[in-house]
Design a protein around this ligand. Structure first.
Ligand SMILES: *Cc1c(COP(=O)(O)O)cnc(C)c1O
Length: 413
C-alpha cells in the first residue's frame, strides 16, 4: 500500500484516457552524431541501437552538428565553465549574453534584443508584459498560433480575439470593431510550424498601420532559412522594419537552445524589467551564448546551405507529390502529410520506424486539432536523393496499405 496521502489513481486514470484517445506520447531516443546526419542511432526499447534516417528534426540546416559551432561551444566551456550561476540580475550576465543580444538586434535591424531560456519562454515573457503595458491592449491572435504565444497572452490579462488563420478580412473585421481607446496587438507567425503556411505579412502590416496596432511576429521556423542573411520572412518581404517585435529561437536553425526577442529599446527594456519568466530564472550558460554567436555568423553567410535546403525541399516534394500522397501544398521546409486519424498516424509512424528505419514522429492533439493528425516531414541539406527515394518508397507502400488518398487534406491548419 502507498504511504502517501493521495494515491496515484488520478494519474493512472488520466494516463488511461490518453492511451484510449491514442495520444499517449512515446518519446523515441535518437542520438545524432556529427558528420552522420540525417542518419542517427535509435535506442530501441530492448536497448539495442538501430541506424535510422531522421525526417522530422527542426535542426533545419544541421548546425547542431556543425564543426565550427561544436568547436566554439567546447572552447567556451573550457574558458568560462559549465554554467553562470545566477539570474541575469544576480551574477548571471556574462559578456557573451550582451554580445549575442547586440548581434541579434543588428541582424533583425532592431535597436535591442533580449535572450531567454527558450523560444517558448521568450513568447510567454514578451506577450505577458506587452498585453499589460500597452494601454487598453486587445490582442488579435491568429488561430494557428503556437502554444507559447497563447500562454503569454493569457498571462497578460488582456482580452484576446482570435482571427481565422492568415485571414486578413477577418482580422480587419475585428480591428474595425475595437473601441477607439484600445491598443490592438496583432500576434502571428511568419511560417506556421504545423501546416507550413506563410503569413500575409505585408497585408497585416498595412492593417496595423491603418489601425495603430503593435505587431508581434514569431519567426521561429524562418530565422536562418529565409531572407537576406537568413534574417527571416519579414526581412525577405521587406517588412521587418514594420514589425514592432520579432521573436526567434536559438534551437532550430541555430542548432542550440534558447530564444529571443528583438524590438525597440524601450519595449525590450520593459520586458527585461518586468517579465517573471525572464527575471526569476538562471541565465543560459555562456557557452550557449558563444555558440549562438557562432551559429549566427554562419547563418548570415549561409546562402549555399539555404540554396541546398531549397533544392532538397523541391526534390522531396516532387517525389511525394509524384506518388499522390496526401501532402499539403506549400513551398517551405515543412511538408505535412495529412493522415487525419490518431490511430493511423501512430501506426504509420511505427511502420516507418520499425520496418523502414525512417523516423517521423506522429503529430497529434493537442499540437494539432483532433482529426488533423499528420506526419510532419522536414528535409534538410543533408537529405540526399537516396534518402528521398527511400522515404517515397516507404510512404507509398504504407499509404497503399492504409488507403491514403491525395483528397484527404481536410483538417489543415
Ligand atoms: C518551437 C516553437 C517555439 C518555441 O521555441 P523553443 O526554442 O523550442 O522553445 C515557439 N514558437 C513556435 C511557432 C515554435 O514552433
Amino acid at each position: 500500500m502507498s504511504r502517501f496521502a493521495v494515491s496515484d489513481r488520478p494519474f493512472t486514470d488520466r494516463l488511461d484516457v490518453l492511451r484510449t484517445e491514442r495520444r499517449y506520447r512515446e518519446f523515441r531516443s535518437i542520438a545524432m552524431q556529427p558528420g552522420a546526419r540525417p542518419l542517427a542511432q535509435w535506442a530501441r526499447g530492448d536497448g539495442t541501437p538501430r541506424e535510422v534516417t531522421v525526417w522530422c528534426s527542426n535542426d533545419y540546416l544541421g548546425l547542431s552538428q556543425h564543426p565550427d559551432v561544436i568547436r566554439t561551444v567546447a572552447d567556451a566551456v573550457e574558458l568560462y565553465g559549465a554554467g553562470v550561476g545566477g539570474t541575469r540580475n544576480i551574477a548571471g550576465t556574462h559578456p557573451a549574453h550582451v554580445a549575442l543580444e547586440t548581434a541579434l538586434a543588428d541582424w533583425h535591424g532592431k535597436a535591442a534584443a533580449l535572450v531567454f531560456s527558450s523560444g517558448w519562454v521568450a513568447n510567454l515573457a514578451a506577450l505577458s508584459v506587452l498585453g499589460k503595458v500597452l494601454p487598453n491592449c486587445v490582442i488579435l491572435s491568429d488561430a494557428g498560433n503556437h502554444n507559447s504565444m497563447i500562454e503569454g497572452m493569457k498571462r497578460s490579462g488582456a482580452p484576446v480575439q482570435i482571427f481565422r488563420h492568415n485571414d486578413l478580412a477577418h482580422l480587419e473585421d475585428l480591428l474595425v470593431r475595437l473601441p477607439k481607446k484600445s491598443t490592438p496587438l496583432i500576434a502571428f507567425e511568419s511560417l506556421y510550424s504545423m501546416d507550413g503556411a506563410v503569413a500575409p505579412i505585408r497585408g497585416i502590416c498595412d492593417l496595423a498601420e491603418k489601425y495603430g496596432a503593435f505587431t508581434y511576429l514569431d519567426e521561429v521556423h524562418a530565422v536562418g532559412l529565409y531572407g537576406p542573411e537568413g534574417a527571416g520572412i519579414a526581412a525577405r518581404e521587406g517588412q521587418a522594419a514594420r514589425i514592432s517585435m520579432i521573436q526567434g529561437t536559438l534551437a532550430k536553425s541555430f542548432g542550440l537552445v534558447g530564444g529571443y526577442i528583438a524590438g525597440s529599446a524601450a519595449a525590450v527594456d520593459v520586458i527585461r524589467s518586468e517579465a517573471a519568466s525572464f527575471i526569476f530564472t538562471s541565465s543560459l550558460p555562456a557557452y550557449l551564448a558563444e555558440g549562438a554567436q557562432r551559429s549566427l555568423e554562419i547563418l548570415r553567410k549561409a546562402d549555399d546551405l539555404r540554396a541546398m535546403l531549397q533544392r532538397r525541399i523541391a526534390e522531396t516534394r516532387s517525389e511525394l507529390e509524384g506518388l499522390d500522397l496526401p501532402l499539403l501544398p506549400g513551398e517551405t521546409q515543412i511538408l505535412p502529410l495529412m493522415v487525419n486519424d490518431p490511430e493511423h498516424v501512430k501506426l504509420a509512424a511505427d511502420l516507418l520506424l520499425n520496418v523502414y528505419g525512417i523516423y517521423i514522429q506522429p503529430i497529434n492533439y493537442p499540437t494539432v486539432p483532433r482529426g488533423s493528425e499528420r506526419l510532419r516531414i522536414t528535409p534538410s541539406p543533408q537529405h540526399g536523393p537516396a534518402h528521398i527515394q527511400a522515404l517515397g518508397q516507404a510512404l507509398e507502400e504504407i499509404g497503399l496499405e492504409m488507403g491514403w488518398r491525395p483528397g484527404q487534406r481536410r483538417g489543415a491548419g
